[in-house]
Design a protein around this ligand. Structure first.
Ligand SMILES: [Zn+2]
Length: 122
């Protein structure tokens, strides 16, 4: 398992490692070997969750320190809708808590700000 996962979780990127994944759910990530379906199962993601429900599940994962699980769920939320500012903010807080390198954190903040401003991945 990748310790961090995709920093900026654009659609088409593997939820586990950020490698490039095709939309075909049976295809496996060239980097880590997991399929889209396997990553959803791995992060225990229910595709029927509302955005609010998914964010709540992520928050509950962070509380006892299951950061990787929480980040995976937030990345799933953001892949579907990158305009969800709350998900970016929580990711930022987790990266701060994990002591991500300051320049990487600034890069993340800048990228997230641009994406939220645009409201989509286009
Ligand atoms: Zn992967």
């Amino acid at each position: 398992m990748c310790p961090i996962g995709p920093i900026v979780p654009a659609p088409g990127l593997c939820l586990n490692c950020g490698g490039i994944l095709t939309v075909d759910s049976a295809a496996t990530c060239l980097a880590c070997g997991m399929s889209r379906a396997q990553t959803l199962e791995f992060f225990r993601i229910d595709q029927d969750w509302s955005t609010e429900a998914a964010i709540e599940v992520a928050r509950q994962a962070f509380a006892p320190g299951l950061c990787r699980l929480g980040l995976g769920i937030l990345n799933y939320v953001l892949q579907k809708d990158p305009s969800i500012e709350e998900a970016w903010v929580i990711k930022y807080q987790v990266y701060q808590m994990l002591k991500m390198d300051t320049s990487a954190l600034q890069e993340f903040e800048t990228a997230a700000g641009r994406i939220v401003e645009r409201g989509n991945w286009a």
